[in-house]
Design a protein around this ligand. Structure first.
Ligand code: AMP
Ligand code: ZN
Length: 111
């Protein structure tokens, strides 16, 4: 369920402080510590799933819940004209943190 060495599990357990924007019984969303757009959120499941590679049929409801939540999270950040979502997977996919997360970006680049 939880990986003791995982930064995002520690965020879920409030062991590492974060700028939380949303939580429910299945997911947590918070601001990325190194934002690459005016709005840059990370949406993660409470369950420690390393990446898309580890998804199973039993996670179907969880994943659809996450995807269905994205427009609401975007609207709550004032993003009404569109947003970008990114899921990095594995070493060659640029994934740095091995706890499944969806990047939600919008409002223009800050780089
Ligand atoms: P990825 O490269 O897809 O694994 O993205 C990991 C993201 O997590 C990066 O955009 C980091 O800036 C972000 N990140 C790492 N540590 C934290 C943290 N403590 N709080 C918020 N975001 C973080
Ligand atoms: Zn984790």
């Amino acid at each position: 369920m939880r990986d003791p060495d995982c930064i995002f599990c520690k965020i879920i357990d409030r062991e590492i402080p974060t700028d939380l924007v949303y939580e429910d019984d299945q997911v947590v969303a918070f601001k990325d510590i190194q934002p690459r757009a005016k709005t840059h959120l990370l949406l993660i499941p409470r369950l420690h799933i390393s990446s898309l590679e580890q998804l199973e049929q039993k996670h179907q409801h969880l994943i659809s819940h996450m995807v269905l939540l994205l427009p609401t999270l975007a609207h709550n950040q004032g993003l009404y004209t569109g947003f970008r979502t990114i899921i990095n997977t594995g070493l060659d996919g640029g994934q740095e943190i091995d706890h499944l997360h969806i990047h939600l970006l919008g409002g223009g680049s800050i780089e």
